[in-house]
Design a protein around this ligand. Sequence first.
Ligand code: BES
Ligand code: MN
Ligand code: ZN
Length: 500
Amino acid sequence: MKISFISPQIKEGQARSVVVLPVFKGAKPSDAYKTYDKLSKKRVSAAAKAGLVDGRMGKNTEILGPDGTKTNRLYVTGCGKLDEFNTEKFGARVTKALLMCGETSLVIHLDGFGLSPTDAAKAALGTVLASYRFDKYRTTLKADKKPSLKNVKIAIEHPSKARAAWKYFYGPVGEGTLLARDLVMEPANKLYPQSYARRIKKMETQKETAGLKVQILGEAAMKKLGMGALLGVGQGSPRASQLVIMKWDGGKKGTKPVCLVGKGVTFDTGGISLKPGAGMWDMKGDMGGSAAVVGAMHTIAARKAKANVIGIVGLVENMPDGKAQNPGDIVTSMSGQTIEVQNTDAEGRLVLADALWYAKEKFKPKAMIDLATLTGAIIVSLGHEHAGVFTNSDEIAEQLQKAGDHSTEAVWRLPLNKAYDKLIDSPNADMKNISAGPDGAGSITAGQFLQRYVGDIPWAHVDIAGTAWKSNRSDPREPTWATGFGARLMNRWVADNHEG
Ligand code: BES
Ligand code: MN
Ligand code: ZN
């Protein structure tokens, strides 16, 4: 989608394809509204008089090709109360409504209501999020089933300021989220550890992310480092495991970085503790945590953030095989701690154990956050509305809560403590990778497991198993499956707490 920002004035005789005119409850109509009313010989106010629009949210009307306006349609849309107006949601709603309408370009008039240039940039973000599709493998899609809309122009006072907010923040946020969605959507025969690592490596040479450095560790390098927990997970797959490190040095030299660490299980069959067949295809998305990290790193690099940020993703495929690890196997992690793998389907924590330890040892970060589609249990506790947060830092808990409020990627904190930690003790090794069934608290014990690999570093774990993809979307900014959850949250967290 091509986005641009234009000044409010309407030139006489100018041809436009679709013009969007918002109407609020209890607010005066804008000049744009009045101009189009005049040009159309009162067709707009006639529609209002007939009760077709009255400012109530979702009450919309379309006026086709009104004489004198040189537009193909006027889309007059009710937006509720001005002081409750969310331009991002609005941009998304209008885009969803008109994406396939047969017209190619949209002018949204946000001028005349005292909205800011940033509000306009947010509307554009809404447009970008709502226009997302994953059609790359569809070869027989008919022309009328494809989006017709190509350009969205937003009319606002001081468009150059809106352009700047778009270029240096909201545009990159949109790109990062769409990248994360694309990665989650890709099937596991196309996106596997090595192809995924190559795709990340490409970011080094892409114009938008110039300056980002990418390093790939293969199995031999990881073996040398002693990453027995991560390597054990990938052992049953013919596809080699990878650890990818992305570095963005935009902050002051010598300031400690923050680390973002992602679970990248490109497919999770469960391994020898095989998952049931029904719905297993969802597990192509079990790399959602890593996608969030890659998306966030894209955004951070594209907007040239003044922060030192390291992204680390552990990429593995969890397969059953003659060579796969067995339930009961004991592996040694890079930290030296041993793990009894009682269930090969609790693999994400094994990958993260080595990735987190590596982050801590190698970069001595001032804070680190991991994201993972870690437990089905988090869906039982929080459904698809909040991701779960587990942390050793009240400060980070609060920061993430705030970042979620800003970005609409909401999180909810759950506890960690000694009593839960005990549940993963094992008589055969330093710990086991699951607690006993009747203990419950499956998401918390997973968090306790990870905490054993972060030492004293201020750290948070974000369980996105319920939010990385969803089948019933509740918001026009969300697509039908992969949400890209986490990319935006991490960018916001860095912007608010680690920049400048
Ligand atoms: N990738 C799954 C978690 C998951 C479940 C993500 C549903 C998204 C939707 C994870 O690797 C897993 O299998 N976890 C097990 C842990 C159990 C064996 C302790 C689970 O949640 O059942
Ligand atoms: Mn699993
Ligand atoms: Zn998994």
